[in-house]
Design a binder for this molecule. Structure first.
Ligand SMILES: [Zn+2]
Length: 796
């Protein structure tokens, strides 16, 4: 799945290194469900076909959280059962024969707070999208199906859903049929042809159109869209979908392993997207138009979930400690695919982002990647960087051979990290024990200190490079092949690839023509995940910015130049801006130069940069906004990027208050993702004393809108410090939302307002005058059930 911190979202509750033990092998699951969506009720009948793995099995224990079990039947007869609130225990009349398939059917009811979500059914105005969708990973299906809820068992699933015929019902596998019922409902029957793990089961119900495409190999793609967003959003949302499948099949050497591939956007989604087998679910904040596409689009997430159809669904981590075998691969190959679409700079830029996040995680702890709970940055970014290092260390061709072998060997099965190691042995004759030990089973990264000097030896000239590993001794030493490149003034360079393994190493790079050194690169291209301390003069940095062949080395020069005064780098930065093709470097240059309004000519040019991130960097770093640039900045009020447009409206309104009425007129019709531009517009209008703008913000905070809009509206009202009574029901609804991201913003607002006497009273009264369920009370009581401290009372 994809996590949402700036990009990709799932919190995985690690359960240990050891796979869960079980008495039976689940072979098939047949689920029949109906819903009462306004009441949030699931009516289910589930049949499990299973096979005892040991003799003497006389009962079946299933995960079942807060389900109302009505009846359990075995061989057509009711059998005794017991519910503990967490488990359902079914007793058979006698011990079952070993290895013979049998089945049990359970009729039950659920009102889940997890696993299955009813969206929009409680909107009194009828404006919200009405949907039902599921999210199984990590272990949430047990909240609405009695099941064996662990990835270590693969089974065939089929889902039979009866619902209002105006809605589409999507599930895993092939649509067997749809049957119209006398009461006007439709029954949808979906069935998987190959086994998968239960957490990958899904259902999504909503009003959708379906765009059908096909890859060259004949795989049907079903692209679900909101009918009211067909014109604006269908194409940008699913851009490159066919190409992604074809490019990935070519890279992996294994065809798409399932019968179809559907993707469906849903409202109020908790994470970014989820790779349910044959049917990915993604947040509808990715169902974007051409303008929103510029700021943030579905392409890399689309790629990430697609990769999971192999890594995660086709081969599945046997236990949570090996989750990197899914997430790191999805992260890595998604970046690989984006690089194929948009060019290698995107691939390398993505690598650097991953390195930065992985190193940041090491500030907190040094847990290894293979661990039951190593944190996001290990499973996603660090693991992805490790796969890059495998390509770097063992060669691309070997890496590809190993991966193809690994996939084929473990098709439709579960895996552990050792299976990947074994694939190196079987497919390439390699035993990369040391690599696996230092990068996967051990935590931390190397920190190299590098210095160099020219030396003469035996009449020859060398550049002597001293490398020290200065990381904590508890982390231990790393053994990696590292390239050192010595670049000379006037061009040309010499390189050496050396194995760096000791705490102190000296590498000598021959300089046969005795050329003067311009700059030295340690690990050019930045392939090794590491920290480096390597002091360079401004002159060396400027030469590196101009002459280093790899994007990331030029970027490193820019980062090191941050602390250098503008006077020493201005001309070089402006020249680099004109040269650089990749937006990331231009944005960094723009951020450094925009801090000085004296660079007006440059700023004017950068405000017209083709990439929105560069324009954003200028706008965000220009402080204050100079009146002489006002006309250039006002152009951004019509910017193609919603993010730039909203920031321009905010900053220009602050800087030039007398022109606000004109700014409001210019931005009156734009919406943005999650109504971002619209809400910024209303916030500025409210500051001007427009009461109707406040009413509109309150409406946007209501249950009639998806969570992004509600978040934006709540934040705007907090910024305005306005808490009208009409907001209270929406605020409390948001506090109680199962969507943690919405609840967090509501919480942030409540914490802020509770510090102010006038609002505290309002909030506490609202809370006390209403009745809440025990679950609601558990959330609300800690926020509102407290007494103001008393300073004058004292007990003796
Ligand atoms: Zn993922």
């Amino acid at each position: 799945m994809v996590r949402m911190l700036g990009g990709l979202g799932l919190l995985v509750w690690a359960q240990g290194y050891v796979p869960r033990e079980r008495l039976v092998d689940m072979e098939r699951l047949r689920l029949e469900v109906r819903f009462a969506p306004e009441k949030g009720i699931v009516y289910g009948l589930v049949t499990h076909v299973f096979r005892p793995l040991r003799s003497g099995v006389d009962s079946l224990v299933l995960d079942a959280v807060d389900l109302t079990i009505e009846e359990v039947r075995f061989h057509g007869q009711p059998v005794p059962f017991r519910s503990t609130g967490k488990e359902l225990i079914v007793r058979f009349p006698a011990a079952l024969p070993l290895d013979r398939s049998d089945s049990v059917s359970i009729r039950y009811m659920a009102t889940p707070r997890k696993g299955l979500y009813f969206i929009g059914w409680k909107d009194p105005t009828g404006r919200a999208r009405k949907q039902i969708w599921t999210q199984g990973q990590a272990t949430d299906h047990r909240h609405w199906i009695p099941c064996y809820d662990d990835p270590n068992d693969k089974l065939l699933t089929e889902t039979i859903v009866t619902f209002d015929s105006r809605y589409q019902v999507l599930s895993n596998g092939t649509l067997v049929d749809t049957v119209r019922n006398p009461d006007g409902t439709l029954t949808w029957h979906w069935r998987m042809q190959k086994p998968h793990s239960l957490y990958l089961l899904m259902i999504a119900i909503g009003e959708y159109g379906i765009e059908r495409r096909q890859t060259a190999s004949g795989l049907p793609l079903l692209l679900y869209y909101y009918p009211d967003r067909k014109e604006c959003c269908l194409e940008p949302t699913y851009r490159y979908s066919v190409e992604l499948v074809e490019k990935l099949e070519a890279e992996l050497g294994v065809p798409f392993p399932w019968e179809k591939y559907a993707q469906v956007p849903v409202a109020d989604y908790l994470y970014g997207a989820m790779e349910n087998t044959t049917a990915t679910v993604f947040g509808d904040f990715f169902h974007v138009d051409n303008r929103a596409y510029l700021d943030r689009n579905y392409v890399e997430v689309n790629a990430h979930e697609l990769v999971h159809q192999w890594f995660g669904d086709y081969v599945t981590a046997r236990s949570f400690a090996h989750l990197w075998l899914q997430e790191s691969f999805a992260t890595h190959y998604a970046r690989f695919l984006v690089g194929q679409l948009w060019g290698p700079d995107y691939y390398h830029w993505g690598r650097r982002t991953e390195h930065t996040l992985a190193l940041a995680a090491s500030q907190k702890d040094n847990l290894p990647i293979v661990h039951p709970n190593p944190g996001y940055a290990r499973i996603y970014q660090k693991g992805s960087a490790v796969l890059d290092m495998m390509r770097y260390t063992f060669g691309n061709e070997t890496f590809r051979r190993v991966i193809t072998h690994y996939l084929r060997k473990h098709a439709y099965d579960v895996v552990e990290t050792h299976d990947l190691y074994q694939a190196f042995q079987d497919a390439a004759g390699l035993s990369p024990a040391e690599f696996f030990e230092q990068w996967l089973y051990r935590g931390g990264e190397p920190h190299y200190r590098v210095r160099y000097q020219p030396i003469e030896k035996g009449g020859k000239t060398f550049t002597q490079v001293m490398v020290e590993q200065i990381q904590d001794t508890a982390i231990g030493l790393f053994r990696m092949p590292i390239t050192i490149a010595v670049h000379y003034r006037g061009g040309g360079y010499d390189t050496v690839r050396a194995l760096i393994r000791e705490r102190r190493e000296v590498v000598e790079v021959p300089n046969p023509n005795k050329k003067p050194i311009a700059f030295v690169l340690f690990d050019p291209g930045g392939w090794i995940l590491k920290q480096v301390t390597f002091d360079k003069s401004v002159e060396e940095l400027l030469a590196q910015l101009e002459g280093a062949p790899a994007l990331l080395d030029r970027y490193d020069a820019l980062l090191a130049l941050r602390k250098v005064p503008l006077s020493a780098k201005r001309e070089a930065l402006i020249a680099a801006y004109q040269r650089e093709k990749f937006w990331g470097l231009r944005a960094e240059i723009a951020a450094q130069l925009a801090t000085d309004p004296a660079n007006q000519a440059f700023i004017r040019q950068a405000l017209q940069d083709p990439h929105p991130q560069v324009r954003f960097a200028v706008l965000a770093n220009l402080n204050p906004l100079p009146a002489s640039l006002r006309p250039d900045l006002e152009v951004l009020l019509r910017d193609s990027s919603y993010v730039v447009q909203a920031l321009a409206l905010e900053r220009l309104s602050e800087a030039f208050p007398r022109r606000v009425p004109q700014y409001l007129k210019q931005t009156a019709t734009d919406l943005g993702v999650g109504h971002s531009v619209r809400i910024k517009h209303l916030e500025v209008a409210a500051l001007q004393g427009d009461r109707t703008a406040v009413d509109k913000l309150v409406d946007y905070a209501s249950v009639s809108f998806e969570f992004r809009t509600r978040q934006n509206a709540l934040r705007a009202l907090k910024a305005l410090n306005l808490l009208p009574n009409s907001l209270l029901p929406h605020l409390f609804d948001a506090l109680l939302s199962p969507n943690a991201r919405l609840a967090a913003v509501a919480r942030e607002c409540v914490d802020y307002w509770m510090q102010q006497t006038r609002f505290r009273q309002t909030l506490q009264n609202y809370y006390q005058q209403r009745s809440w369920s025990p679950a609601e009370k558990a959330i609300l009581a800690p926020l509102f059930d407290y007494k103001a401290p008393t300073f004058y009372q004292r007990s003796s």
